[in-house]
Structure formats: structure tokens, C-alpha cells
Design a binder for this molecule. Structure first.
Ligand code: F6R
Length: 248
């Protein structure tokens, strides 16, 4: 995994958005779709702000863009404060010209018996479009990417998972208490992410420094699922100084 350290997360986010913008423009020239894997949480907000600016001020169109979000809590209704549907609308989709039918976010309202077939269809839709051109990621303190918690295998696919206790503690403030954080989520698998042509993992701030060190320098193992990205042929970890302070 290629490591890039910026002084500040703002400039790092601008460079990630620039790469995504370039991909979208290149694909548009070829009359092709750009297939982009998206993350939620605090980490990608700067990237989404910059993509909105590129749309408003520099004419970047998202008409040829198809998106697949990594994950959604389960159960979760789209109109809930904490839903990733709502997050994506608020932070990106409501501000750009993407076609609604090109947006995919795992459905937190499914009946339990429907989940497996739904997850298989999610994978199939990505494959049908020729796979993800780029996947952007944040990282949790457990070393999860998407919601692939410790124990997730390198070949895992989109599925229902149980959230790690630490992840639920980290989400507690969003839900006004840990007891209200869902115990499960639907997430793309590590294998789904590994199949993307390009992967960009971002991390900001000293709170991520330890897990960044384990991700970049640690042994490849399912105890830190992000370490599997060491095996990806075109993955970068883009961090700010604070997140990189424990790297040797
Ligand atoms: C969100 C996701 C998670 C987050 C991670 C970091 O879609 O897949 O893996 O990227 O939990 O969250 P933040 O960015 O809030 O620190």
C-alpha cells in the first residue's frame, strides 16, 4: 500500500476529489460510466465538499456516474437521522447532478429472509457494470473498512455482519447512546473492495494514528481487516500528519 502524507486533511481531501473528478471526466470522454464506491462518516466529508465545488464551479457532471455505498446499519430506515441514505443525500447527492437510479446504498429496511439474495444482487450489479473503478474508504479503530470487522476474510462479500463493540461505542454519540446503536449492518466485503481497480483509504487525526500504523506496518491478518489492502496492486493510504505520527 502506497502511503501519502499531507500536512492537513483539507488538502488531502482536495487531491482525492481531484483524482475522482479526473476519472469521471476520462470516462465521460469515452462515453463510459464511472463506477465509484463511496463511504460515509466524518472522513470523506472534505472529499464530498470538494466534489460539490467541482460540480458547481468547474462544470464537473455526475451524469455518467454510478455509485455503490459500502454499508448501512441494519435495521435502519432511510429517513432516520443516522441513516447513510440521509448522510449521502445531505453531504453529496442533493448537491450534484447524479441520476437517482445510479445511486446504490445497502437497504436497511429488508426483511431478514431477503438479505442474502439482496446482497448477492448488490454484488452482481457491481460486476455487471465491470466492477468498481475506484473505492474510497475510511477506517475504524477496530481496523474495519466498510463494516468488515476483525474476523472478516479477504474473500468476504456483501453480507450482514455484527458490529464490533468498539464500533458501537464510536457510533454512540450519533445515536444518543450506545444502547440505540444497531447491532448489525450490511456491508460490502473485503473481497468486494479488493476487486476495485483503485482503492483510496483515508484517515485524519491522532485518534487514527495507531490503527494506521497497524494497517501499513502490521502483519496481514483478519484481526485488522484493513491490512489486506497491503495486497492490493493499486491502493493508497492518504493521511494527515497527525494520523501518520506513529509510522516509522
Ligand atoms: C462508513 C464506513 C466506516 C467508516 C469508519 C470511519 O461507510 O464504512 O468504515 O469509514 O468507521 O468512520 P469516521 O470517518 O467517521 O471516522
Amino acid at each position: 500500500i502506497h502511503t501519502v502524507i499531507f500536512d492537513e486533511s483539507e488538502e488531502a481531501s482536495i487531491s482525492v476529489a481531484a483524482e475522482i473528478g479526473e476519472l469521471i471526466r476520462e470516462k465521460a470522454k469515452l462515453s463510459q460510466k464511472a463506477v465509484i464506491g463511496l463511504a460515509t462518516g466524518s472522513t470523506p466529508k472534505g472529499v464530498y465538499n470538494e466534489l460539490i465545488r467541482l460540480h458547481r464551479e468547474e462544470g464537473l457532471s455526475f451524469k455518467n456516474v454510478v455509485t455503490f455505498n459500502l454499508d448501512e446499519y441494519y435495521p435502519m430506515t432511510p429517513d432516520s437521522l443516522q441513516s447513510y441514505v440521509r448522510f449521502m443525500n445531505d453531504h453529496l447527492f442533493d448537491h450534484i447532478d447524479i441520476e437517482k437510479e445510479n445511486i446504490h446504498i445497502p437497504d436497511g429496511t429488508l426483511d431478514p429472509v431477503e438479505i442474502q439474495a439482496y446482497c448477492e444482487r448488490y454484488e452482481y450489479k457491481i460486476e455487471e457494470l465491470g466492477g468498481l473503478d475506484i473505492q474510497i474508504l475510511g477506517i475504524g479503530r477496530t481496523g474495519h473498512v466498510g463494516f468488515n470487522e476483525p474476523g472478516s476474510q479477504i474473500n468476504s462479500r456483501t453480507r450482514l455482519i455484527t458490529l464490533d463493540h468498539i464500533t458501537r461505542i464510536d457510533a454512540a454519540s450519533d445515536f444518543f447512546g450506545e444502547d440505540f446503536v444497531p447491532r448489525k449492518a450490511i456491508t460490502m466485503g473485503v473481497g468486494t473492495i479488493m476487486n476495485a481497480d483503485r482503492v483510496i483509504l483515508m484517515a485524519w487525526g491522532e485518534g487514527k494514528a495507531e490503527i494506521v500504523k497497524r494497517t501499513v506496518e502490521g502483519e496481514i491478518s483478519d484481526t485488522v481487516p484493513a491490512t489486506f489492502l497491503q495486497k492490493h496492486p493499486n491502493a493508497s493510504i492518504i493521511i494527515d500528519k497527525a494520523a501518520g505520527e506513529e509510522l516509522v
